[in-house]
Ligand binder design. Sequence first.
Ligand SMILES: [Zn+2]
Ligand SMILES: [Zn+2]
Length: 333
Amino acid sequence: MKACLLFRPAPIESSPLQYRDVNVREPLAGEILMRVRCCGVCRTDLHVVEGELLPRKSPIIPGHQIVGVVERAGQNAGKFPKGSRVGIAWLHSTDGTCTYCRSGAENLCDHPEFTGYSVDGGYAEYVIAPEQFVYEVPKRFADEQAAPLLCAGIIGFRALRLSGIKPGGKLGFYGFGAAAHVAIQVARHWNVEVYAATRSDRHQLLALELGAKWAGGTMAEPPVKLDAAIVFAPAGEIVPAALKALRKGGVLVLGGIHMSQIPALDYSLLYQERVVRSVANNTRQDGEDFLRIAAEIPIETRVQLFPLAEANRALNALKNDAIPGAAVLTVAP
Ligand SMILES: [Zn+2]
Ligand SMILES: [Zn+2]
């Protein structure tokens, strides 16, 4: 099969992904082999490719927002018949036995595997996953519309949940990329007012178009105090600005897997029971709940398509805020 391989992390400007032929392995017990139709491009992929996340496998095929059809199943795998359209997301597997898994917090599992990071992902014509971690993709979404739902969508949804925002509440978004452009649609559906702070003019316009009450620069102060805010951008210097925008008792959720260093804070920014917390991965329950709600609303994703062979170019555009919405690699029609 054709695939994009990363042998050694490097700045995306040097095009570190190599488009090559690799062998397809057979699915083992409990696994399915998927023929990939498309794969969303996530900021986490950029962190993997540029080495902000330490390498876990080399070479690695990135990509964890994968839509395709079941080609073959291994032994004892029969949940999805051949030809079913399914989705594969970031959480490849968990041990199922640690204290986190047993308490309903499998997103924090002690021995997880991650798609496109510790096992090969979807920047390829085929990918393998345990069927218990594969999602049914709601019929109403076209393949390329569905792909960004699988990480940007699910993680944004978990961030919304952890923010504790209530209908009628005021919610800030810091950074307005793929995840925020989906999360705002869920927030608006819940009748939440959204205030979007982002450095890109194009992203400010998209936020307003999608129903934000206000949009401004990353460090600009929103016109009202916020009940909660979610930082999607991987920039630690946003944290003090976002805390300053919160009301007493407000919650700040940090949505990324990687963030640059957070500067020293005046305790007064945190005092009055403000809370800062991160989001790590998601449970399968988050994924299933989100995909159901996404189909009900229905969410409309804005996507920019790139051929699989041009994954470097797609990641470069993501790094430069040049994608309104989400980038998606098209692999097969
Ligand atoms: Zn576990
Ligand atoms: Zn992701």
